[in-house]
Design a protein around this ligand. Structure first.
Ligand SMILES: Nc1ncnc2c1ncn2[C@@H]1O[C@H](COP(=O)(O)OP(=O)(O)OP(=O)(O)O)[C@@H](O)[C@H]1O
Ligand SMILES: [Mg+2]
Length: 326
């Protein structure tokens, strides 16, 4: 049993008419990294809250670090770290005081807690702000402090709910480095994200969820292969020839050829990699279609989303009211 660090079976959580989780199963092996990927409202935070004992499911069960979350919540809590989507830090305390407090609550002792706080402040680039109250921190600084708080006792199983949402690109890369260090050291990680690139960067396995249900699972590469794997992408120099380029590419494509009148981009999923790419270039040349950029690209997880749900992940934010083009 203990080669599995996190196992959830048939989790159901309802809020009135909303089914936040609808029979969700997931598993993370010891030392594994699972990316829970889904758009706003998919059920990511609900799943994390159940697995970290903060919420009781209506149905199903979960075992984390060898203990059932329902019957042994204290044992589970002693073995996990959680960095939530909404930073759980005390606004009136300084960054250092927050970390020391977590250390004391985790029974590190006064000295130990202070030493650990210093290490974490350095690691998360918070030394300059260490002795200022958190209420004066930026959003990114709070996120970093919150993650530092989750690492005070280097738990064997770590849950990170959208660890980089709201961070600027540089802080995001820094956070990825920290996460990679942790997982290289053997920490089991369950991470949620709306960023397909992030799941691709960090996770060995990805579970795509939508409306509380698992809609796909696999390695990032497997998911990309699912939607055709490789795409030939090219930009037609003369917009008038887009149609002709489309016809040529259709001879090699394994599903619909996509075109974009605005940019002149024509693309299609293909088999056969660079050999096919060469044939496409020759065929275009024979048909007198001059192309600018042309290349072979592996599908992104965004395209996985498009294939699975019929909408790109970032077009599903109801608040943003984004219309999805045909
Ligand atoms: N306390 C609550 N009361 C009522 N509905 C809730 C509550 N918490 C979550 N929900 C609903 O459950 C669904 C799943 O929410 P959840 O927060 O788990 O999504 P999420 O994947 O974390 O989304 P986000 O990317 O926006 O953080 C949503 O429809 C949400 O509105
Ligand atoms: Mg959430």
């Amino acid at each position: 049993m203990m080669d599995v660090a996190v196992r959830a079976e048939g989790l159901v959580k309802r809020y009135g008419a909303v089914t936040a989780l609808d029979h969700l199963d997931l598993e993370v092996p010891v030392g594994g990294i699972l990316g829970l990927l889904g758009p706003n409202g998919a059920g990511k935070t609900t799943a994390v809250r159940i697995l970290t004992t903060l919420l009781v499911p209506d149905e199903g069960r979960a075992v984390v670090a060898g203990y059932d979350v329902a019957t042994h919540p204290d044992e589970v809590r002693a073995r996990i770290g959680l960095s939530g989507q909404y930073a759980a830090v005390d606004q009136d305390l300084t960054g250092r005081e927050n970390l020391v407090m977590v250390g004391r609550l985790s029974r590190l002792g006064r000295r130990g807690a202070q030493r650990r706080a210093v290490e974490l402040l350095e690691r998360f680039d918070l030394v300059d702000a260490a002795d200022r109250p958190v209420k004066g921190y930026s959003g990114g600084m709070r996120r970093r402090l919150d993650l530092a708080g989750a690492l005070v006792t280097t738990p064997p199983v770590l849950f990170l709910d959208e660890p980089t949402t709201g961070l600027d690109p540089r802080s995001r890369l820094g956070m990825w480095d920290v996460i990679r260090e942790l997982t290289a050291a053997g920490t089991t990680l369950l991470l949620t994200t709306q960023y397909l690139e992030e799941a691709d960067q960090l996770a060995r396995d990805v579970l795509v969820i939508d409306d509380g249900r698992a809609i796909a699972r696999g390695t990032p590469d497997e998911l990309k292969t699912m939607v055709g794997g490789e795409r030939v992408e090219l930009v037609v120099r003369e917009r008038a020839l887009i149609g002709r380029a489309q016809t040529v590419l259709a001879r090699f494509a394994i599903d619909d050829v996509r075109t974009d009148e605005q940019t002149g981009m024509v693309s299609a999923a293909v088999h056969g990699g660079s050999a096919t790419l060469t044939q496409v270039i020759d065929a275009l040349d024979q048909d007198g279609v001059a192309v600018g950029e042309v290349g072979l690209r592996r599908a992104t997880l965004d395209e996985v989303f498009l294939t699975l749900t019929g909408a790109p992940a970032d077009a599903r934010d109801a608040d943003a009211g984004v219309e999805v083009g045909a």
